[in-house]
Design a protein around this ligand. Structure first.
Ligand code: AHR
Length: 333
């Protein structure tokens, strides 16, 4: 009888261990770096959700904006035998080989934020990212409609486009969208176009140099808020009034951009959410339960926030802007 009880107890322990071993997952996250407020919010949101999940261990790598660091990190994740890899690439190209290695190691890959150009050649379990082309269209269409509302629809308008990191999915997509949106407004002409690398410091430096070399800038399209905020500093330093002398449209909808809009320094920000935890966590749980997800890239619903409210500025998807002052207190990033 004693022997029987010992066997039952041992079996119960093995089963208990088996169940918890199944729930124990190593979730690895290859992050680009920390170039912007958006990126910080994205890192915090995903890391907190993974670390806070019972049984899950986070293995995080910050690539400091370098593709070679990301490639090294991905190979490290393979060596460590992680259970899932979350990936967003600093640039679009150059991932074919290392992502094929992830596939060979049979580690489910979840693409977030920026999609690599080789996405159609690799296996991935799920994909969530911004609709960058649409965000770009919304930026210039917002500017065109706002100018019309000010009675400046026929005036010749000089537009400067401050681009993100060259070759990044967000830069490529937003530039395409910016130019597509401008096709609707023959009065708006691009007079300057340069990368500010998605950082506040480079946004400031690019604007400083434009203010010395470009005759006139009426509208700044900054492909993220951080660059727009850097430009605000440069415009003020040059003795001009941001938000009036130069209309500024950012992208991301970070809290600092809301504050700048409420203060009158910026005019609008197009939302690009960094909050992917609510998509990624249930997806991993679903995959563990045997669910499968298609190859479509899921884009979260996103808004437009500005200094006036009521501007209709959709590209392919119509959206009406919300007055930033009305919702600033509810912003979580
Ligand atoms: O990929 C998303 C973009 O990357 C955000 O707009 C920007 O702020 C970030 O650095």
């Amino acid at each position: 009888m004693k022997k029987f009880l010992a066997i039952v107890l041992a079996l119960a322990m093995v089963m208990a261990l088996g169940v918890s071993a199944f729930a124990d997952l190593k979730v690895a996250f290859s992050q680009i770096g920390q170039e912007s407020d958006w990126r910080t919010a994205n890192t915090d949101n995903l890391c907190a959700a993974i670390e806070g999940h019972e049984g899950w261990t986070l293995i995080y790598d910050d690539a400091q904006q370098k593709q070679e660091n990301q490639i090294k990190a991905l190979r490290n994740f393979i060596t460590q035998g992680v259970d899932y890899i979350l990936f967003t690439g600093v640039v679009n190209t150059g991932w074919d080989e290392v992502l094929a290695e992830v596939n060979e190691a049979e580690i489910p890959l979840i693409l977030i934020d920026r999609m690599p150009e080789c996405a159609d050649k690799i296996e991935y379990a799920a994909a969530f990212g911004g609709d960058f082309v649409e965000e770009g269209r919304r930026q210039t269409i917002w500017a065109g409609e706002y100018l019309k509302s000010l009675g400046r629809g026929d005036e010749e308008i000089a537009v400067a486009i401050m681009e993100g990191t060259t070759g990044a999915d967000a830069q490529v997509g937003r530039t395409k969208g910016n130019l597509e949106g401008l096709e609707k407004y023959p009065n708006m002409k691009v007079v300057a176009q340069q990368s500010g690398n998605f950082t506040r410091a480079e946004g400031q430096a690019v604007m400083e140099s434009w203010l010395k070399s470009v005759d006139k800038i009426d509208v700044l399209i900054a492909q993220n808020d951080d660059m727009g905020l850097g430009a605000v500093d440069a415009i003020k330093a040059a003795g001009l009034v941001p938000g009036k002398d130069i209309i500024i449209v950012g992208c991301d909808s970070v809290k600092a951009a809301f504050e700048a809009i409420v203060a009158g320094d910026m005019n609008a920000t197009i939302e690009c959410t960094p909050l992917y935890a609510d998509f990624v966590v249930p997806t991993i749980e679903g995959l563990e339960a045997g669910e499968t997800y298609g190859r479509d890239v899921l884009h979260p619903a996103e808004g437009v926030y500005d200094c006036v409210g009521g501007i209709v500025c959709g590209g392919e998807v119509e959206v009406t802007s919300t007055l930033a002052a009305d919702v600033i207190d509810a912003r979580v990033y």
